[in-house]
Design a protein around this ligand. Structure first.
Ligand code: ZN
Ligand code: ZN
Length: 437
């Protein structure tokens, strides 16, 4: 017997959490923050009071599951939480869990999360309470067998989970797409999923957008190469330092246009972690064409939150503002608003900035100020972005291939889209369950 309970996500993007209960095991798939939550505003696990905890549940900031949080005296019934990837909307609440609950992460995902926490002065997730898995290698939790499959997503080393209790097969996609740098992976994964499939829990982030063929990371590379070739000045890209696919796109663009790829220390750390298990460029002997610049504002921020050691780990690969200023057309830089002091010392005439993130972030005041400042300095802004999530056709093909006996939509604001597409869709409202005998 297996029961699936939706805790959060049937009509919401981000903050997904679904519970699976077999005869003697109870687990959660993901336990993240809502996209509009700010982890920096939540009291630290060591300080949180009962009242603050209660308030977090009442305001729906935290998923309402009895007994799982450190301040909650009620008995806990959850054995483990499986985290699909390193985006905070999938793991952001786990630090407030009671220590008895095991948390499963892929090694690289936890390293990315903890290095970022260290550099930004946030508490790390304690490794001694974490169990690690590797995509492609099965593991056991109670009477459940779990196979994590590597998926293409904007977070590095993201996984989908295939779970079985010997009688029933369940597949949870996590966040996925088929147009990133691992675009061939999804079809191969679907062929491996055990049939018949009893439950497919599938994300539908992009379904509210127009139904069009997605731009691939390779398309972005072609577009960037073309724009830079037509442009004589400094080239810059503003993207998430955790979006390793996009950083690889930027690096390849730099190579193809004969430019040196220049990153900040934070991005260098993220690339180095991803580069430990894969061929990812990071400042090192092997990739001597990747340089690191030090903006004094961003550097003092990092030292204040973290340490000089972390800041200067990549000192050997330092590039100065004078070197860039001597010939701006030889460089392709990662930038963000906090490095404005460094950019202010460079000539930005004929420069180009690729805005390479979700367009929702563009509208906040800080972003708009930075973009209009660049514009005044002579920078041409070009939007260069593609979603980290599957388009409607990829979702349709996935359903067609897997033919699940039950489909549960998650991480979407369009659950009814699935109902129209597939008659075996069960929209599980938050708090509702289905049981397969
Ligand atoms: Zn997500
Ligand atoms: Zn994600």
């Amino acid at each position: 017997m297996i029961t699936c309970t939706m805790h959060r996500g049937h009509n919401q993007i981000g903050g997904s959490c679904i519970e699976l209960q077999s005869s003697d095991t109870k687990i959660l798939l993901d336990l993240g923050l809502s996209l509009d939550s700010n982890i920096f505003e939540i009291p630290l696990p060591k300080d949180i009071t009962y009242e603050q905890g209660k308030e977090l549940i009442e305001s729906s900031e935290f998923t309402d599951i009895p007994g799982i949080y450190i301040w909650d005296k009620r008995p806990n019934t959850i054995d483990a939480v499986l985290i699909s990837h390193s985006h905070p909307d999938h793991w952001g609440i786990v630090q407030w869990l009671k220590p008895k609950i095991k948390i499963y992460f892929s090694k690289v995902s936890l390293k990315l999360i903890n290095k970022s926490a260290e550099l930004l002065g946030r508490p790390k997730i304690q490794e001694d309470r974490v169990k690690f898995f590797s995509p492609g290698s099965k593991f056991i939790v109670g009477d459940l067998e779990v196979m994590p499959h590597l998926v293409d997503h904007s977070a590095f080393e993201a996984s989908a989970f295939e779970l079985t209790d010997k009688n029933r097969n369940i597949f949870y996609t996590g966040d996925f797409r088929q147009h990133g740098r691992k675009e061939k992976l999804w079809d191969k994964t679907l062929k491996k999923v055990k049939q018949p499939l009893d439950v497919l829990i599938i994300e539908g982030t992009t379904l509210s957008r127009a139904d069009e063929t997605p731009i691939t990371e390779k398309d972005l590379e072609e577009q960037a190469v073309k724009e830079i070739s037509n442009n004589g000045g400094l080239a810059m890209i503003w993207t998430s330092s955790q979006n390793i696919d996009r950083l690889v796109t930027a690096y390849r663009t730099a190579k193809r246009t004969g430019r040196t790829f220049v990153v900040d220390p934070y991005t260098a750390h993220m690339l180095k972690i991803a580069g430990q298990s894969n061929v990812i460029p990071y400042p090192s002997k092997k990739f001597s064409d990747v340089k690191v610049y030090f903006s004094s504002r961003f550097s003092s921020y990092l030292v204040k939150q973290s340490s000089k050691k972390a800041l200067y780990e990549f000192q050997k690969w330092k590039i100065t503002k004078e070197e860039i200023q001597d010939n701006p057309s030889k460089y392709f830089m990662i930038v963000r608003p906090s490095v404005r002091d460094f950019l202010n010392q460079l000539s930005l005439e004929n420069s180009v900035l690729f805005y390479s993130m979700w367009d929702g972030y563009r509208d906040d005041e800080k972003s708009l100020r930075f973009l209009s400042w660049l514009k005044e300095k002579g920078t041409k802004e070009i939007v260069l972005h593609t979603s980290g999530h599957a388009d409607a056709n990829t979702i349709r093909d996935t359903i067609k291939t897997l033919q699940p006996r039950n489909l549960i939509p998650i991480h979407t604001i369009m659950p009814k889209w699935f109902e129209k597409e597939y008659s075996k869709t069960k929209i599980l409202q938050n708090g509702n369950s289905i049981t397969l005998k």
